[in-house]
Design a protein around this ligand. Sequence first.
Ligand code: NAP
Length: 552
Amino acid sequence: MADVTTDTARPASGDSQELDALVIGAGFGGMYQLLCLRDRLGLSVKALEAGGGVGGTWYWNRYPGARCDTESHAYWYTFAPELMREWEWSERYPGQAEIMRYLNFVADRFDLKRDIQFNTRVTSAHYNEATNRWLVCTENGETYTVKFLVTAVGCLSTANVPNIPGLADFKGDWYHTGEWPHEGVDFSGKRVGLIGTGSTGIQAAPVIAETAKHLTVFQRTANYSVPARNAPLTDEFKRYIKDNAAEIRTATHETANGHQFKIEDRLALQTPAEEREKIYQAAWERGGLQFRAAFHDMMSSKEANDTAAEFIKNKIRQIVKDPKTAAILSDIDHPYAAKRPPIDSDYFETFNRDNVTLVDVKAAPIQAITQTGLRTTEGEYELDIIVFATGFDAMTGPMLRMDIRGTNGTPLSEVWAAGPVTYLGLQVGGFPNLFTVTGPGSPSVLCNMPVAIEQHAEWISDCIAHMRTNGIDRIEPRPEAVTNWVQQVNEAAAATLLPMATHSWYLGANVPGKPRVFMPYAGGMARYRGICADVAAHGYEGFVLSPAKVPA
Ligand code: NAP
């Protein structure tokens, strides 16, 4: 058996702290996992968090316009009825600052911060088979020896700054939206270049345009967007949330995407064109992600999807006054919602402003960043600030940037060399007692995140409770269970139009060299919840559960 305590995992100084469990991350996932393990199971447990506070993705993504696309009454913890009574959202969609207030409120309410160590980035985690313990090392040189390791590192937490030649020579300032300065950025009087038109760029552009001298949006792939129609919540709606919190929770557990709304049963292709248009118009006016729930066949039939796509493209052409700009914005090459569909507040309207220009960098690609701006094959743009809204090394990136090694010292990067392989997105073969909250292979990013997170954290803590009750010390998935699950993940994706967006981050296509594998489970959260419950009910079917080794 290999001694897996390699150089990178060797304690730098002092003794290793011993705990039952360690949670990596203190966002929505890590906070709740900590609470489950500490307060319900009574484990000695700590969370290590790279940021200076709780919040995870919301701690880092402080870019202008950062706001959740899920409606506030479905974007919170639902494990404690009193929490749902005590907290009150102010807007239809919670903004970044309000979500941070909420997460701090929860952390204080349950006294979580005393067991969270901030400003602590985990660099490695190595499994020692002889002791059945994980040795976890941090950037600060601390080490922890733990039996259970839970990663709650988020799916979108590794910023992807494209490798454009010349960035180091740029004399202005540049920022990635996912690592935004806490003190904010003053755009007034500045010529700003925004690269990227995903959900983030689409949220940021209208807000940056309000104060910048000039905003140039560099668009590579045109994108759909539907108005969010954000607004303050009325007293009546706030009362509705309080009176119906339990029902709202149940609804989020029963839907495919963990939202409070159901996908309609009607089919776009069986609805007369005039009526279909009215339905789309009503969904457009209502706004939000619910647009994609207008018809049942929207995500399974390209022909049905085309009707939604055409409706949105027509809206873009109606909103944007300059026909050339409208043509570039509406020249969309993938089905609607095959990439994560953005929602916006006046995104397309922003291109009617005098101080906003759209540049098509698909037609004329970016060549370099210069000292004073950005050069495409068609010309140079003078810029004072560049904002990269260029996304993330999603799902696998946050895991792989840690040096995680399982049995025989095998690196996770080796096991995932051709793409992530997991059982239920909860465990990886050869990595005993390591659990991943919303890992690849689980619904995760295709689901309203707090709903996916609560189910995972509860399943993991129930599993650990089962192990303790039954004298089981070690759990890992059987190879055939992993193979079978990966096949189910692939089949679920293939039954939808999602793989048709060949350049999406769901497939890892946004990061050069990353394997192209559809990462999240697209079979729906409700179905997935049932599968996980069945697995547990059948004695953790598909997992190998081993008792403690009898000392020789
Ligand atoms: P993204 O969806 O990956 O979009 C990145 C954008 O940058 C794309 O338009 C991409 O173009 C462009 N890009 C990347 N590299 C480029 C390059 N070298 N040159 C030119 N353009 C380049 O990232 P995101 O907008 O940050 O969103 C990521 C995810 O975060 C979302 O899908 C969503 O799940 C989540 N999110 C949620 C919210 C919310 O709930 N409010 C808000 C923001 C983000 P291509 O398409 O051509 O690659």
